[in-house]
Write a protein that binds this ligand. Sequence first.
Ligand SMILES: O=c1ccn([C@H]2C[C@H](O)[C@@H](COP(=O)(O)OP(=O)(O)OP(=O)(O)O)O2)c(=O)[nH]1
Ligand SMILES: [Mg+2]
Length: 144
Amino acid sequence: MEYNLQIKLIHADAKLPYRANEGDAGLDLFSIEEKIIKAGEAALIGTGIQMALPKGTEAQIRPRSGLALKHAITVLNSPGTIDEGYRGEIKIILINHGKKDFKVEKQMRIAQMVIAPVLQVKLEESNELAESVRGQAGFGSTGQ
Ligand SMILES: O=c1ccn([C@H]2C[C@H](O)[C@@H](COP(=O)(O)OP(=O)(O)OP(=O)(O)O)O2)c(=O)[nH]1
Ligand SMILES: [Mg+2]
């Protein structure tokens, strides 16, 4: 099934998210800013877009592997969460894990977003939890 994703361009340099190939999960997001991110530092970069996500979905902001591999540039809060009801500008927190400064250019594709379904749950406080085979074992309990 196809859902409509409304996008509003709010800046002269803003571009619609870019799907490189039909069927790709990720829609690339463009920077509207030119900014140098110093080695080891993070920066908030504007995309110049606002969105109205389809009901029952979120957008996940993820790094682009090419930027990560070639320049050690990634998304600090990956995956960033865009809530369904958020109508502000989508912004990306990039971090430079490399040893060299990195220049973000205007209209550079800096991250990608994946639209994903969100289960709406009703919270139910309970003293007795449904039993499971794993129980409380975790954090390496099954070995290497
Ligand atoms: O990478 C991101 C992450 C978030 N947001 C926007 C959309 C999201 O719906 C809102 C809040 O994000 P989040 O819930 O991650 O941040 P918070 O620190 O919990 O802020 P809030 O108290 O506003 O929920 O900020 C972005 O534009 N980019
Ligand atoms: Mg929040």
